[in-house]
Design a protein around this ligand. Structure first.
Ligand code: SF4
Length: 351
């Protein structure tokens, strides 16, 4: 069994049903449920009982069991999902839902852990344990949609998933097969606009080029330093793809009108928030095509870094703005539930 309900296109599901003696029109009913986030055939009430029972034998339906769900006072929800079949059976990943009044963003994982070892990152401090399939990536989004449908937020925030960001566990571009399969399904099978999808990478330049050619969605770069010596330390992939190569790949990335590449910059006290860091960043940014997003650091027990103070972040932002760089400061969300990627899993595993 290779096909998964989360990503199967209509024509493929129709063919599968026909092969098994079922009317092809049932495929539309099944995908109407899937597109609402329902991956459990038992909950597809308009299907005959025999078909509901048979579907999990014909294609992989819900790949996850939710082993923990936490909700922040601000409505942010974090899910610890355990894979229940396939090559990754028994392994766990994290998915986060971040609601605002008018939009809801799902932050999805692309790998189990991460092979890239950025020293400030909680996921990077955990062992890398494999790639997710496209189906397992998309199923995270569907799982959140289903949860919001069954247990809506009651604080006035959005219960509708409008945006998807690949910013959970893992480096999406070191799992290109899973990434591209997931993007194909998100864009074509689920009909999500490419303007509402963002892939974040630490800077694998070949992957950036292929993404631009195949799926030109929004691009975010985990930059965190704009000089090679510091970035070699903070984002070790920089030793392979340095800032000159990253610069060239960003300049080549196709951008629709009015869109920008986002340069993510986590603020680490005394490390990358100094005056020379402002100058390096100002020299790196292409002001016409890029903007900087400053991120408050979410400390975790395995890290020896501390976050810059709010005053330091504001001063840093002010200095960048004064140099003509579009700069935003990301509001911290879900602090009380350890919403930085990798934190929930590491806390549960240390119990
Ligand atoms: S910051 Fe991103 S690329 Fe670096 S270790 Fe963490 S998850 Fe991996």
């Amino acid at each position: 069994m290779t096909a998964g309900l989360a990503t199967i296109p209509l024509a493929a599901l129709q063919a599968l049903l026909r092969q098994r003696g079922q009317p092809a029109w049932r495929a539309k009913q099944i995908l109407d449920w899937r597109n609402k986030g329902v991956l459990d055939p038992a909950a597809m009430r308009n299907l005959p009982a025999a078909l509901r029972a048979a579907l999990p034998e014909w294609l992989r339906c819900d790949p996850f069991t939710c082993v923990a769900r936490q909700q922040s006072v601000d409505g942010t929800r974090k899910y610890l999902l355990q894979l229940n079949s396939g090559n990754n059976a028994g392994k766990r990943i994290e998915t986060v839902y971040i609601p605002e009044r008018e939009r809801g963003t799902v932050c999805i994982s692309s790998q189990i852990g991460c092979p890239l070892d950025c020293p400030f990152c909680c996921t990077g401090s955990q062992p890398f344990d494999g790639n997710l399939t496209g189906d397992e990536i998309v199923a995270q989004l569907l799982h959140v949609m289903d949860d919001l449908r069954r247990h809506p937020l009651d604080n006035g925030a959005s219960n509708r998933v409008t945006h998807v960001v690949f910013m959970g566990m893992g480096e999406p571009m070191s799992n290109e097969r899973g990434l591209h399969a997931a993007l194909k399904a998100l864009l074509e099978a689920l009909g999500i606009s490419r303007r509402r999808i963002t892939v974040s990478t630490s800077g694998l330049v070949h992957g950036i080029a292929r993404l631009g050619k195949s799926y030109p969605v929004n691009l975010a770069i985990s930059l965190h330093a704009a000089s090679n010596p510091l970035r070699d330390r903070l984002v070790p992939i920089n030793r392979t793809f340095d800032l000159t190569r990253l610069r060239a790949s960003l300049d080549d990335f196709p951008l629709p009108a009015q869109r920008h590449i986002t340069l993510e910059y986590v603020m680490l006290a005394g490390v990358n928030d100094r005056p020379e860091d402002i100058e390096a960043l100002a020299a790196f940014v292409n002001r016409r095509r890029e903007r900087v997003n400053l991120i408050r650091y979410n400390p975790h027990p395995a890290s020896h870094f501390t976050g810059s103070s709010s005053a330091q972040i504001d001063a840093f932002a002010h200095q960048l703005t004064a140099r003509g760089i579009r700069t935003t400061v990301r509001r911290s969300r879900g602090d009380d539930i350890m919403a930085a990627c990798g934190q929930l899993n590491s806390v549960l595993e240390s119990r």
